[in-house]
Design a protein around this ligand. Structure first.
Ligand code: 5AD
Ligand code: SF4
Length: 470
């Protein structure tokens, strides 16, 4: 019997990946994905707990699902509602207490047991927030070729999960557990299968992806740099990226092979998300980040020495407990010095159970003002970077049709959206594009050597989400 599945992902790319794998695992059970919750038999909310707002969103969404569930029940149809992901992991039973319409609650380490959990849900509530000893990846179904194609020519692979760093503001070590890396050959097999199904670009994801130390075919722990070398050999894979990295793992010897990979692998794209959070040594220490501002700058210098065109993006937190105006100005100075071309920035949000939540908090209006300043700085730098692209010719991997008729859209090596008027047959291919203009947060251009075709339109790039972590 065919049943309909609606999965909604919140938060980071790791959740997007997990949501795909849940759908893959339920496909052999007869579940087909639907784009709306209205006709679904099973609704999974794959949640994010990183900031208070993200967690609160879940409860309002559960409220909407309760109404859907009641309406379906009036028509004699049973709808199951599941809460998965990090809110499920952190709040467990509390969710069912607050929202009795929820049938299943399971954490990020349990979703390979979904078929079994669904069978049990027929007889009552199911709550599974264990950190099981078995590797969930060994129990997950692979996507069908059709599912892979539908998801496009870029894909994520989780290579590492969890975090041992315990930054004082962050819930990740509590919700995702300790750092675990998948073995090299399992990742390579997954990458080869995706490439065989038409995927051209893979982003390796993990909360601390550059802490990767999975078992290699030689029985030794391999670094991320070595893993990237292995994946670069896979035929068909044109581009590799990885996110999210922690500066601490890059200043250590783990970073040496990764920096070398940026030098040696043309497939490794010159864009790096390297969250620094703050530019003040005092605040970095209070956050337990394990590196200084000088360490970070030295690292950027080393990266630029091997890959001068590498662009950097970061995450920032403003209004961390104890952050003075001078600390904040240190962050602004760091932004200018590094020349970040993009960033995610957040007001500090106290999270239950984390050390910083116990410290004296700054008033909300200070956080608001600082966030605004910081976002203006980043916006200005991003605009300058985009404007500097005009007239340059860059390789674009075409991903999908654009919003305008006749237009296709892809990404530059620096992860910028680029639109050109060109046939859809080029999707999946890489072609040099000469950038003509900046349109919002994207670029428009012409296939190099081909005269410009009209029309052009106002387009916005899609929001990009980094893997929450690091
Ligand atoms: N408050 C605000 N931002 C946070 N982040 C993580 N925890 C918090 C918090 N308590 C941000 C960090 C991290 C990104 C994924 O989310 O900047 O890099
Ligand atoms: Fe770990 Fe990143 Fe959270 Fe720090 S911010 S505790 S490194 S996941």
């Amino acid at each position: 019997m065919t049943r309909k599945l609606y999965v909604k992902s919140y938060g980071c790319q790791m959740n997007v990946y997990d949501s795909h794998r849940m759908a893959d695992t339920l496909a052999p059970e007869g579940y087909v994905e639907t784009a709306t919750p209205d006709d679904a038999d099973l609704i999974i909310l794959n949640t994010c707990h990183i900031r208070e707002k993200a967690a609160e969103k879940v409860y309002s969404e559960i409220g909407r699902m309760r109404v859907l569930k009641q309406e379906a029940a009036q028509n004699g149809r049973r709808v199951l509602v599941a809460v998965a992901g990090c809110v499920a992991q952190a709040e467990g039973k509390e969710i069912v207490r607050r929202a009795p319409s929820v049938d299943l609650v399971f954490g990020p380490q349990s979703y390979h047991r979904l078929p079994d959990m669904l069978a049990r849900a027929a007889h009552g509530k199911v709550i599974d927030t264990e950190f099981p000893a078995e590797d969930k990846f060994d129990h997950l179904a692979a996507p069908s070729k059709v599912a892979t194609r539908k998801r496009g020519i870029t894909a994520f692979i989780t290579v590492q999960e969890g975090c041992d760093k315990f930054c004082t503001f962050c819930v990740v070590p509590y919700t995702r557990g300790a750092e675990v890396s998948r073995p090299v050959e399992k990742i390579a097999a997954e990458a080869a299968r995706l490439a065989g199904d038409g995927v051209r670009e893979i982003t390796l994801i993990g909360q601390n992806v550059n802490a990767y130390h999975g078992e290699g075919p030689d029985g030794r722990a391999w670094t991320l740099g070595k893993l990237l070398h292995r994946l670069a050999e896979i035929p068909g894979l044109a581009r590799l990226r990885y996110t999210t990295s922690h500066p601490r793992d890059m200043v250590s010897e783990l970073g040496d092979s990764l920096i070398a990979a940026h030098r040696d692998l043309p497939a490794l794209m010159p864009q790096l998300h390297l969250p620094v959070q703050s530019g003040s040594d005092r605040i970095l220490a209070a956050m337990n980040r394990g590196h200084t501002r000088a360490d970070y700058l030295k690292l950027i210098e080393r990266l630029h020495a091997v890959r001068p065109d590498l662009t950097l993006s970061s995450d920032f937190i403003v209004g961390f407990p104890g952050e003075t105006e001078e600390d904040f100005q240190d962050t602004r100075r760091l932004i200018a010095e590094v020349g970040f071309t993009a960033a995610f920035s957040f007001k500090y949000s106290p999270r239950p159970g984390t050390p910083a939540a116990e410290m004296e908090q700054l008033p909300e209006d200070i956080k608001n003002v600082r966030l605004q300043w910081l976002q203006n700085d980043i916006d200005r730098q991003q605009a300058a970077h985009f404007a500097g692209m005009r007239g340059r010719t860059v390789d674009v991997l075409f991903e999908k049709p654009g919003l305008q008729p006749g237009q296709i859209c892809g990404k530059s090596p620096y992860q910028q959206a680029v639109h050109v008027i060109a046939p859809t047959t080029l999707i999946g291919e890489i072609h040099p594009v000469t950038i003509v203009e900046v349109v919002g947060h994207s670029l428009s251009g012409t296939l190099a050597g081909v005269p410009r075709l009209e029309p052009q339109s106002e387009l916005q790039s899609e929001p990009q989400y980094a893997a929450a972590g690091a």
